[in-house]
Write a protein that binds this ligand. Structure first.
Ligand code: FE2
Ligand code: FE2
Length: 152
């Protein structure tokens, strides 16, 4: 499958999780949803940073936006670390989760509206399919590695 379509599927999935957060005031549910969001984002950013962005970076037309994307990932990861480190029942949990949602939404917009259309000008269909295959294989690997790590 086309790599950009795969990434967009991930974006939709995370977007739905954040909508679920917004739809309830139940703090326990927020906590559960955050766990899912964290898992999704860890996989997604790993895939982008190890497969997608390195491929983009080789092209001058994509370089600046890709560098910006790495920086936005850093902010997202910092927020995830901060939320994870909060003590149970912290009054700052919801505030940080909201800011995380805003950061992710902004980053997804940049990718889908600015970056991906440029990518389509640089890569042809076949190349994007090929990248998509790599993404799918890497996702499986990453999932297994995470399972192993959590079983330890
Ligand atoms: Fe993305
Ligand atoms: Fe990204």
């Amino acid at each position: 499958m086309d790599a950009l379509e795969l990434l967009k599927q991930d974006h939709r999935k995370v977007g739905k999780l954040f909508s679920e957060v917004a739809a309830t005031e139940d703090v326990k549910k927020h906590q559960q949803l955050f766990e899912q969001i964290r898992t999704e984002l860890e996989t997604h950013t790993h895939i982008e940073e190890t497969i997608i962005y390195p491929a983009f970076e080789e092209h001058d037309e994509l370089k600046d936006l890709t560098l910006e994307a790495y920086e936005e990932h850093k902010q997202v990861k910092t927020l995830i670390r901060e939320i994870t480190a909060l003590s149970d029942g912290s009054e700052r949990f919801d505030a940080k989760l909201t800011v995380l949602g805003e950061n992710v939404a902004h980053h997804v917009q940049e990718e889908e509206i600015e970056l991906f259309p440029k990518v389509r000008n640089v890569f042809d269909r076949e190349q994007l399919e090929q990248l998509g295959d790599e993404v799918e294989a890497a996702k499986k690997q990453f999932g297994k590695a995470k399972k192993r790590a959590s079983a330890r």
